[in-house]
Design a protein around this ligand. Structure first.
Ligand code: ASC
Length: 156
């Protein structure tokens, strides 16, 4: 009994600390709200760049090279989670085209983000096969998921 009582404050303090770290971590990643906006835009910019390189190949703008597609698809798939860390509370204003629905219907936004991540994982898997037709199809499906989220959550 004595031992349990002795330990309880430590458990409570550790738990309290863990909860407060979890609650503030979204903010703690960025020094100011503008940094969160730049972060998500930067992540999407890099994703868009590498995604477009794949598009150029499957649409015959540049010669198809399986190894290059694999590298680009791996980059895009691994970056796909990053933008969402930047959509923190209070960043619907400022230098951003983000629609307020991102914050007013977060479940729908999260689902759209997940759909995009799934499509990019499928593109990454297709890239590993080296099969141009499979890659082209997966690229198209992934592009649709980019577009649908932009149509719903990005201002003109
Ligand atoms: C891209 C890019 C997007 C998508 C989208 C597809 O290359 O940057 O956001 O494709 O335009 O419709």
């Amino acid at each position: 009994m004595l031992r349990m009582n002795y330990r309880r404050p430590l458990v409570a303090t550790t738990l309290g600390l863990a909860i407060s770290i979890a609650a503030t971590s979204a903010w703690a990643q960025f020094r100011k709200p503008e940094d969160a906006i730049k972060y998500r835009q930067g992540a999407m910019f890099v994703m868009g760049n590498h995604f477009a390189r794949i598009g150029a190949m499957v649409n015959d703008k540049v010669p198809f090279d399986a190894a290059t597609v694999q590298a680009d698809a791996a980059i895009v798939a691994s970056l796909a989670r990053l933008p969402f860390a930047g959509f923190i509370a209070g960043t619907d204003k400022g230098d951003t085209k983000a629609e307020v629905e991102i914050w007013t219907e977060p479940e729908k936004f999260r689902a759209a983000a997940q759909a995009m991540q799934d499509k990019l994982a499928q593109l990454n898997a297709a890239a590993k096969t080296g099969n141009r037709e499979q890659i082209k199809q997966a690229f198209g499906a992934a592009g649709e998921s980019c577009k649908s989220c932009h149509d719903n959550y990005r201002k003109e």
